[in-house]
Write a protein that binds this ligand. Sequence first.
Ligand code: ZN
Length: 322
Amino acid sequence: MLFLGKKSDQGFDNLQGSALNNPLVWDGDRYQPSNRVSEMLTESSPGKRTCSSLQCTSTWIAPWRNRKRPIFEDQWGCSGRCVLNFVRAAVRRESADHTAETVAPHRHRVPLGLLMLSQEWITHSQLQYALDLQRTTGGRIGEILISECGIASEYITRALSLQWSCPVLSSRGFSAREMALVAPRTFVDKLGLVPVRVAGSKLLYLGFEDRLDASAALALELMSGLKVESGLMQAEEFRSIRTLLTENEGVELKEESWEETDAMAGRITAILEQKQPIASKLVRVQGNYWLRLWLEPAARGKFAMLPSSGEDMLDYLFTIER
Ligand SMILES: [Zn+2]
């Protein structure tokens, strides 16, 4: 029986580290680790709430305006105009490509076949045979090694994890009901990722089939308030988790398409004013803008900002047509 990876994810489950307690927050310039745990759902006393809009010139707050809602990224506005101002700032922040500075690009140093050869998981002749076949028929070297050379898929996953310097994740501890709430189902389909489990109440394991997506991981980190650890999964385990996730009810998702970001900012403001969430957040994922609303305090689950159920939660996914 093959032992999967030195960098196994075991042992992380009891983590109580301080570094993991620091979600990323926007400091006006870039995403930085914060020293505070998310306070997005902490209600401050009504009446003391002041407008968060930097452009606010109002000295008067309409007496009928709720002082507790809507909250967008810890901010409350004294009027729809003020809400629009900080929503626009958030849209500008997400439109800028911060992935490059926050997430270092990954480059493989050693090709998969050579790496497996150096680990003595395949022989010279097996590699030569697979490379010859790849030259004539195309395809991925890992798949050829499995189908034509009889190499166990565990070795391919393990070699990929060495390339990506990431753990091999197992489906141990996976709960489809809980993990279906982490992100809209369309992320599972389109981005090829599966939330696997929360460990130590601060760490979210994110599984990928054959390549990591650092920007998707960052988006989930920002939205969940949990530290995300990405890892690779064996194809069969990945697919069975993906099937279970798609069978489960997640958060209700509404998808909309807008011509440009300023119109989208106006629409987001209208949604906030209408739905009156006690917390909400905007994150860009692969060109789409993901708005998540927590409509009532009970919507918050055990772990950071993860929902307890699909109830009193709402997701919007905006696409900008270009
Ligand atoms: Zn104001």
